[in-house]
Design a protein around this ligand. Structure first.
Ligand code: IFL
Length: 360
């Protein structure tokens, strides 16, 4: 039914602009994952059509780092101030699409963008979080493993994992070593990653975005299970203390600095990624608590909702359910607990948006 609906209704001939990064991870990635799962040609054709309509964001940029917005019909681009995640989160979607349609230009386009960013790293091998994609000049000094940089690191590893390209492994390793050296900070037995100045390593703040919890799984994938486990435990501690994770946590004050919960997937994502490396029930246990608490606190009459304040009792509910909740944590929970034979637990690939490209 879904495929029929897409075939009958979905087209991208629209005179309107979209955000390149969000459209890439959700829609190009969703269509591609659908193609791998069904081999319905229409899905691949739509993924290609959409990627082609997004491509002016890359080709019109003097540095190769994409503009943030593009008009799907006219190819007009805008917004030259961008962020590492919005510059470097393309290689799995673009590379896999290129493989399927036998056109290496997609891979090259995504790799050029990410390499242009990496080449502008500081002498201590960190990137800041805002850059002018036309001039290549940095606009901020703040280095973070959280947003808006997060999935840039994730896709460096993925470029190596999926395509065996040693340049990606090198870029990942260089950043991972710098992050371990300048950002890893142990406080009261818990590992955290503060924001630092990208040129000096001086600590800027002790805020920890919940989105950074993905880094536990990535550390494990990159071979550092020790830090991966330690960072997962830091978030496990916050979860045990508050029931559900706040959107932000100040680890020096040991208190939430953003009290909402946006039904986010990163903690479950790390539990799954570490479980895939080491099928230990401890990851299932942490994810079970995440799931049970979500059911307890986010259940609304017609589904599940974000929470406006996790520190109030009872927790104050909001009124929305983000798309990634369906695409990501529902899938992560299911893969963690089902032992399904529809998924290859040994050889697989899930994108930053939980789209499955390998292992279906
Ligand atoms: O869409 C999600 C994706 O995992 C991502 N960043 C944030 C979203 C969920 O928090 O890369």
């Amino acid at each position: 039914e879904g495929i029929r609906w897409i075939a009958d209704n979905l087209h991208f001939d629209i005179d309107g602009e979209v955000q390149v990064f969000e459209t890439g991870i959700r829609m190009v990635g969703g269509l591609l994952s659908g193609w791998f799962g069904t081999r319905e040609k229409k899905l691949l054709a739509l993924a290609k059509d959409l990627a082609d309509r997004l491509s002016p964001a890359f080709t019109k940029s003097p540095t190769g780092m994409p503009y943030r917005f593009v008009n799907l019909e006219t190819g007009a681009v805008r917004d030259n101030q961008s962020f590492p995640a919005e510059i470097g989160t393309y290689i799995p979607e673009w590379g896999m699409l290129g493989k399927e349609v036998c056109d290496k230009r997609y891979f090259d386009m995504a790799k050029r963008a990410v390499t242009a960013l990496f080449d502008r790293r500081s002498k201590i091998d960190l990137v800041a979080d805002t850059i002018d994609i036309e001039t290549g000049a940095w606009i901020s000094r703040r280095a973070s493993v959280g947003p808006p940089t997060d999935s840039y690191f994730e896709y460096l590893w993925d470029g190596w994992q999926l395509f065996g390209d040693p340049d990606f492994k090198h870029m990942y390793d260089v950043h991972a070593a710098a992050i371990a050296k300048y950002q890893a900070h142990e406080v009261n037995g818990h590992l955290w990653f503060p924001q630092v100045d990208f040129e000096t390593g001086a600590v800027l703040d002790h805020h920890q975005s919940e989105l950074a919890a993905f880094y536990a799984g990535l550390l494990g994938q990159g071979g550092d299970m020790e830090r991966g486990n330690a960072y997962l435990d830091s978030w496990g501690y916050v979860q045990a203390r508050y029931g559900v994770l706040p959107e932000g946590y100040d680890y020096l004050k040991a208190a939430p600095d953003r009290v909402t919960n946006e039904l986010r997937p990163e903690f479950a994502d790390s539990c799954l990624n570490l479980f895939l490396l080491d099928p230990n029930d401890r990851y299932r246990e942490l994810a079970r608590v995440h799931f049970e608490k979500m059911k307890e606190t986010s259940r609304a009459p017609y589904g599940f909702t974000i929470i406006d304040d996790i520190t109030s009792s009872p927790m104050k509910q909001g009124d929305s359910c983000p798309g990634y909740w369906w695409s990501e944590q529902m899938k992560y929970y299911w893969l963690l607990f089902s032992n399904t034979d529809r998924f290859d637990y040994k050889n697989n690939y899930l994108s930053t948006e939980g789209n499955v490209f390998v292992g279906l």
